[in-house]
Design a protein around this ligand. Structure first.
Ligand code: ADP
Ligand code: MG
Length: 703
């Protein structure tokens, strides 16, 4: 994306409003009115073939009648005229279009969008939209939209796929006092997408935090790349996480809303903090836009009420923040600023007797102490204190430490006096919330931001070229045979090339050969049908385990063939595989699918009924690094089973993590060929004893 064109879109020095109207109530009128009301200092050129003046501005019949250069054209003409306008703007040398007009892919007219793009690409223009509200920027005094006013001033920037939500959130910024510098309606994302704007905003000095409302991304990988490179915190609210919601989102913006678990994984891998709902988006944006990340684990809570202290501690646990007692020296010092019955442990309870001074002294000491990584200040309204004065004391104490790299959040529980005090805090750079759990959630966002960025710092596991070469030879043979389904033997050859430990599997085409192979492997053995037409071998009666003698091998050989012919008369049966009977272990599944938004992904879950019934699985976009996979292993609900239950020793999670890394590098590397794969089951042994892949499946893409 052309950065210069994006700068003209975001910070235009002159704007043509094409489709300007003299009629109040029309969008072409509102945009001009908003530009004027917003205090825009650049030139405004209303374009309309018939009108002469609009809101006292001279009107031009077309952009070509304007002699000066124009940075941005805001297009509000009816849909059937948009391409013609784009052509005129291109000829005029305008580099940026903001197309408010709707009636494109969101109503099934993808063709109109393509036509528009064909023109704008020819002229090297960038296009925001179509189907948008427009753009707003406090620092540029720019309201190039039909949203009625610029947002409450602040340092966050919103990019939203829903225009209606932009207008609503714009209003909420005033009631919630969450400040934004810019709000951008991104609409159908025909051209400019989230990634382009995120990259541009990374160098925008007026944006400290990027806040996203996403229904569906088009290019998931581009998004992840752009977010990863960004130095600023990004927070996303993903809509369409329910099945019905996903359908609504898809028809709404004409883009695909991917599987919720994959989005969740992708956000983590992009270093994007998630919000659970609209309120939460505001809460977390406030913290991320005003405070540094929480870089360590030592969170100190100072309160004047035991109750809110306990509530905050409960919330900390809920959000995964461990609470620690303050060290002895910290406790001794804090004890000086509270009555004898107060507590200096953590939460530090100054008691209801606390006034401005106690808050000031204890905050100043605790915040500056090297033990403290972050501070949560709680306050319950009391008869002996004034909330605003408490807020001012807290702020003064913080400022006097001159520390800038530790986050602080405040919760004030009370009435309108608390509301006013919190507003004062927010205006002075300290996020403040009513309920303590809201404050703790905001702190959790600052911690999550830190943690996901740390996980990203490790490079992904990549494979060696030799493995790729072998894998591609196997794929070529299967393709030459006119198939997309691989047999277990073929799939295992590929797994082996990527260093996955498989139970060796060899093909027998006669009973005698089967007996011979069994002798080499050693009893007991497992025998399985080998047929590209039988994907689920057990369903066909094609698997016999724990075979202990020559006679049993012969019997199994016959039974498997009979069963499979009965199951599928025309199945092409290559023969029967003989493999080592692996000792019992915890069964897990590792698999992959090609996500329409994010491409190859790797999936992990416990095997057997867990995967079929509980769907207790977790995803990552491939490739992955070891830290990401270690996190994956803790994410499934049945994770404690890997830790060892009922007296069992813990399972070999290190070997499992390595397997998943290699697996992900395999599916990433071969993503042009592989549609889906699984290793189901993988038998995982106790710590230090490794694991074994006993079944392998690969389905190639149709070409
Ligand atoms: P499919 O999934 O096609 O039905 P599998 O190869 O997964 O066939 O075999 C079915 C089950 O048999 C596995 O889930 C596993 O419990 C067991 N099994 C298969 N191969 C082995 C082996 N080599 N060692 C031990 N158990 C095995
Ligand atoms: Mg299987």
């Amino acid at each position: 994306m052309n950065k210069e064109a994006l700068t003209k879109l975001m910070q235009p020095k002159s704007i043509a409003v094409v489709g300007a109207s003299a009629q109040p109530g029309k969008i072409g009128y509102t945009v001009i009115e908003n530009l004027l009301k917003g205090g825009y200092k650049g030139k405004i050129y209303p374009i309309n073939p018939t009108a002469t003046t609009i809101l006292n501005l001279p009107v031009y019949p077309s952009v070509n009648d304007v002699h000066e250069s124009i940075d941005l054209a805001v297009v509000t003409v009816p849909v059937q005229f948009v391409t013609q306008v784009a052509e005129e703007c291109g000829k005029k040398g305008i580099q940026a279009l903001s197309v408010i007009t709707s009636g494109f892919s969101e109503v099934g007219r993808r063709d109109l969008e393509d036509e528009l793009l064909a023109i704008t690409r020819r002229y090297g223009m960038c296009v925001l939209g179509p189907n948008i509200v427009g753009t707003l920027s406090n620092s540029d005094e720019l309201n190039a939209s039909f949203a009625p006013f610029l947002p409450f001033v602040g340092k966050a920037t919103l990019i939203t796929q829903s225009g209606a939500l932009l207008i609503a959130m714009d209003a909420i910024t005033y009631t919630r006092k969450v400040g934004f510098d810019k709000m951008i309606s991104i609409g159908n994302m025909a051209d400019v997408d989230f990634a382009d704007l995120i990259t541009w905003l990374d160098t925008d000095e007026n944006t400290s935090c990027i806040c996203l409302y996403i229904e569906g991304l088009k290019d998931g990988r581009k998004f992840i790349e752009a977010c990863r490179k960004t130095q600023k915190p990004i927070i996303a609210l993903k809509a369409g996480v329910s099945e019905h919601g996903a359908a609504a989102a898809a028809s709404h913006t004409g883009s695909l809303a991917g599987a919720v678990k994959v989005y969740g994984a992708a956000f983590q891998q992009a270093g994007v903090v998630q919000a659970s709902d609209l309120n939460n988006l505001f809460d977390r944006t406030l913290a991320l836009s005003l405070q540094p990340p929480l870089r360590g684990e030592k969170l100190l809570v100072i309160t004047n009420g035991g109750g809110v202290g306990v509530l905050a501690t409960d919330s900390a646990e809920r959000f995964g923040i461990p609470m620690h007692f303050a060290p002895e020296d910290v406790q001794v010092e804090l004890k000086k600023h509270m009555p004898a019955y107060g507590s200096a442990k953590n939460p530090v309870d100054l008691t209801g007797m606390a006034g401005n001074d106690w808050y000031y002294e204890s905050v100043k000491f605790a915040y500056a102490h090297p033990w403290t990584d972050g501070l949560v200040v709680l306050y319950c309204e009391t008869a002996i204190s004034n909330p605003l004065e408490i807020a001012q004391a807290v702020k003064k104490a913080i400022d006097e430490t001159h520390i800038k790299n530790r986050p602080v959040v405040v919760s004030m529980v009370g009435g309108t006096r608390c509301d006013q005090a919190m507003q004062w805090l927010v205006e002075n750079g300290i996020p403040a919330y009513g309920p303590p759990d809201q404050a703790m959630n905001a702190m959790a966002a600052l911690r999550e931001y830190n943690n996901i960025r740390n996980i990203l710092s490790q490079p992904s596991t990549t494979c060696d070229p030799e493995g790729t070469k072998i894998a591609r030879e196997v794929i070529a043979r299967v393709r030459a045979d006119g198939r997309i389904a691989m047999t277990e033997i073929e799939a295992k050859q590929i797994f082996t090339a990527y260093g996955l430990p498989v139970a060796p599997t060899n093909l027998a085409t006669t009973e005698d050969k089967a007996v011979e192979l069994a002798k080499v492997v050693g009893f007991p053995v497992v025998m399985k049908v080998v047929s590209p037409d039988i994907i689920h071998k057990s369903d066909a009666g094609g698997v016999k385990i724990n075979i202990k003698s020559d006679a049993a091998v012969r019997e199994a050989y016959q039974t498997i063939l009979v069963n499979c012919k009965k199951y599928k008369a025309d199945a092409n049966i290559h023969g029967v595989a003989v493999q080592e009977m692996a000792p019992w272990g915890t069964e897990v599944i590792v698999g992959s699918v090609n996500d329409p938004t994010f491409g190859p992904t790797v999936m992990f879950g416990l095997g057997g009924i867990f995967v079929e019934v509980l769907k207790d699985v977790t995803f990552r976009v491939a490739p992955v690094n070891l830290k990401q996979v270690e996190k994956m292993l803790t994410e499934i609900r049945s994770a404690p089973i890997l830790g060892g239950v009922r007296g069992e020793l813990p399972r070999d999670r290190a070997a499992l993590a390595e397997l998943i890394c290699r697996y992900a590098s395999m599916v990433y590397d071969l993503s042009d060929e592989i549609a889906e794969t699984d290793a189901n089951p993988v038998l995982v042994y106790e710590e230090g004893k490794g694991l074994k892949v006993v079944d392998a499946r690969i389905i190639l893409k149709r070409k």
